[in-house]
Design a protein around this ligand. Structure first.
Ligand SMILES: C[S@@+](CC[C@H](N)C(=O)[O-])C[C@H]1O[C@@H](n2cnc3c(N)ncnc32)[C@H](O)[C@@H]1O
Length: 183
């Protein structure tokens, strides 16, 4: 059987450079499904991400469910789950800036009575023992040993406002393997 290799492509690099242009040192407001979200610097931007919108398309009735949004970024998936009726949503991310951003969005949508946000490397800081649904828009690009293999080099002027590489790249698929085992 032929082994699939991840070959960095010039096309990916140029698309990534274009995507980087949406990042800024300001706090921006974006609208997704008619809902406004704050986006902080150094946090994965969801509004133009096809992975986020694919998951959003599958999100239907959350009435009464307890939800974990792993790798929450801006908190977009967890907040939409809460707005669709989830009784409790825990949002977790390894990136402190993402948790700060998520807390601001929780406040913006007045959801603090039904939601929580914590910095956590996967389940390390999650004390709850069970959820009805776990959402994880995982870092989706593979690199064998180093994120730089994934051919995602931000343009120099955007380097300081980009999220950390683990927002996009999963070296050796270690994160998704750990996630599946620990979940
Ligand atoms: C593709 S982004 C998705 C962000 C957001 N859920 C969305 O859909 O817009 C992946 C997120 O996973 C987070 N992440 C990566 N590794 C993680 C880990 N070991 N534990 C928790 N979060 C992690 C990143 O910081 C990033 O915010």
């Amino acid at each position: 059987m032929k082994k699939l290799e991840n070959t960095p492509s010039k096309d990916l690099d140029s698309r990534f450079k274009k995507y980087c242009e949406s990042y800024s040192s300001n706090i921006n407001t974006v609208s997704v499904q008619g809902i406004d979200f704050l986006v902080y610097p150094n946090v994965y931007r969801a509004e133009s991400a096809s992975t986020t919108s694919t998951i959003l398309r599958t999100m239907d009735d959350f009435e009464g469910l307890r939800v974990l949004d792993m790798g929450c970024g801006t908190g977009i998936l967890g907040i939409i789950a809460a707005l669709k009726g989830a009784s409790y949503v825990m949002m977790a991310d390894i990136n402190d800036a993402a948790i700060e951003n998520t807390k601001a969005n929780i406040e913006k949508h007045q959801l603090s009575h039904r939601t929580k946000a914590v910095t956590s490397d996967l389940f390390s800081n999650i004390t709850e023992k069970s959820f009805d649904i776990i959402l994880f828009n995982m870092p989706f690009l593979y690199a064998k040993e180093n994120p730089s293999e994934a051919s995602l080099t931000p343009p120099e002027h955007k380097a300081k406002v980009m999220p950390p590489p683990e927002s996009f790249v999963d070296v050796g698929y270690k994160t998704i393997r750990r996630f599946m085992t620990e979940a």
